[in-house]
Write a protein that binds this ligand. Structure first.
Ligand code: URA
Length: 236
């Protein structure tokens, strides 16, 4: 069974407070609709976004939400925090507390941040084996040299986690500006990689995740829903 899915009879028995034997006739009589279609199979699989009704009664109606936010510097990528303002504080929608963050950015970083209430989607997008590239513009304190490209492409050993980073693409755009493309996201990875060169990161801005670019029409702090085409592009 796909994670997050469950059998329809199990859901009905729990929601209606009846046993599975009592669920059977309701299904047979066509009184249960899943996504507006009558379903009679007890083992039909549903998930948290299946729309389910029993006669005229709505038993489950939860819509998936997929947002892109232009994260400004200074906001924490967390849902709550006792000390700092979080990216959730930037949203003005009643359902904002149902959302979680897909791939955090450090408080001092800016750019494309995704939020959703769909755990399966976010897990799939961030799974390391899916190799979804994340693209960053990085402003450095000191000039870059071709040594950086080589060192990033070879990967760096991180003592603390006992791992070698997967190859990272670094393109020198200006003397102190690089475009960095990662497929994983280790803790403070970019800052730590430049740290090896004793070159402090002055600004870090995420411009893309997979095929999805940060919408240039979004000012820092603004957000919008992903379009169907953007969602499809990310799944591909
Ligand atoms: N690497 C970092 O160091 N910080 C981020 O926010 C993202 C990647």
């Amino acid at each position: 069974m796909a994670s997050g899915s469950q059998r329809l009879d199990r859901f009905l028995s729990r929601t209606l407070g009846i046993n599975r034997r009592e669920v059977k006739p309701l299904l047979a009589q066509g009184r249960i609709l899943v996504d507006n279609r009558s379903v009679s199979a007890a083992d039909h699989l549903i998930d948290e976004f299946s729309h389910i009704t029993f006669d005229a009664r709505v038993l489950q109606a939860k819509l998936p939400i997929y947002l892109m936010l232009h994260k400004p510097v200074g906001f924490l990528s967390a849902t709550t925090d006792p000390q700092h303002t979080t990216v959730i504080d930037l949203l003005h929608r009643a359902d904002k507390n149902d959302l979680h963050i897909v791939g955090r950015l450090d408080r001092g970083s800016s750019g494309l941040l995704l939020l959703t209430n769909d755990g399966r989607w976010s897990r799939a997008l961030m799974a390391p084996e899916h190799d979804v590239p994340k693209v960053y513009l990085v402003t450095l304190q000191n000039p870059l040299t071709p040594d950086y490209e080589k060192a990033f492409a070879e990967g760096m050993y991180f003592d603390y986690e006992d791992i070698t980073t997967r190859p990272v693409r670094l393109e020198i755009l200006e003397e102190r500006l690089a475009r960095v493309t990662l497929v994983e996201g280790r803790y403070h990875q970019i800052k730590r990689m430049f740290g090896r060169f004793r070159n402090p990161v002055l600004a870090l801005h995420r411009t893309a995740i997979g095929n999805l670019q940060l919408d240039p029409a979004l000012a820092p702090g603004q957000s919008r829903e992903l379009t169907a085409a953007e969602l499809k592009g990310l799944q591909g």
